[in-house]
Design a protein around this ligand. Structure first.
Ligand code: ADP
Length: 199
């Protein structure tokens, strides 16, 4: 039986960087963000429900969902956001579970669920162990501004909308401190995978 690991972090903390390192060890990753985009594609059940709920004004010309328009509808409207989440979240959870099962059936001794909002969305029941990719606030702000070409205000707004990384760190089984070099981060990951008998 394989071990199920939850990988999380904060925006620009280096979660994707670490996920790519994990992949290099041949450990399969189930990517929640990718799945969230896939489940709303044309023809999928969640797509139909979104159009029924929010109307055709949330569609682009090619019939696909306009994520920007939908995002602006739910951004400042708690009730609408709840309705959207009630459509998308169960579909994402189901697809994550299905993919995880497939990897286990194929003989994987570990599967990593890459979930940005693992703690905020209370999804820790899905995993046995958690890894948080941590950076200091100043590193997070700097890397987010550089990666997304954000102003300080834009970057801070996004960081502040999430659970503080320091709090996620407290909730983690293992923490990877990603303030240093990529090499230092890789060594920490190697250590964790070693103590969990995965490499
Ligand atoms: P997340 O997936 O958590 O949003 P990323 O993995 O995309 O974060 O990392 C955020 C940015 O910081 C990216 O531009 C990435 O290349 C860079 N980065 C990540 N880790 C390091 C590191 N240890 N040193 C320097 N830059 C890093």
């Amino acid at each position: 039986m394989g071990i199920i690991i939850g990988l999380t972090g904060g925006i620009a903390s280096g979660k994707s960087t670490v996920a790519n390192m994990i992949r290099e060890y041949g450990i399969p990753i189930v990517d929640a963000d990718l799945i969230a985009r896939e489940v709303v594609q044309i023809g999928r059940p969640a797509y139909k429900e979104i159009v029924e709920t929010f109307g055709e004004s949330v569609l682009l010309e090619d019939g696909s969902i306009d994520r920007v328009t939908l995002g602006s509808i739910v951004f400042n409207n708690e009730e609408q956001r709840k309705r959207l989440n009630e459509i998308v979240h169960p579909a994402v959870r189901k697809e994550m579970m299905d993919q995880k099962e497939q990897f286990l059936q194929a003989g994987a001794n570990a599967v990593v669920l890459d979930i940005p909002l693992l703690f905020e969305s209370k999804l820790t029941y899905m995993v046995e162990k958690t890894i948080v990719v941590f950076v200091d606030s100043s590193t997070q702000l700097k890397r987010l501004m550089e990666r997304n070409q954000f102003s300080v205000e834009e970057a801070e707004a996004r960081i502040n909308s999430q659970m503080p990384l320091i709090k996620k760190k407290e909730l983690a089984d293992q923490v990877i401190d990603n303030n240093g070099t990529i090499d230092k981060t890789k060594k920490q990951l190697e250590h964790i995978l070693t103590i969990w008998n995965l490499i």
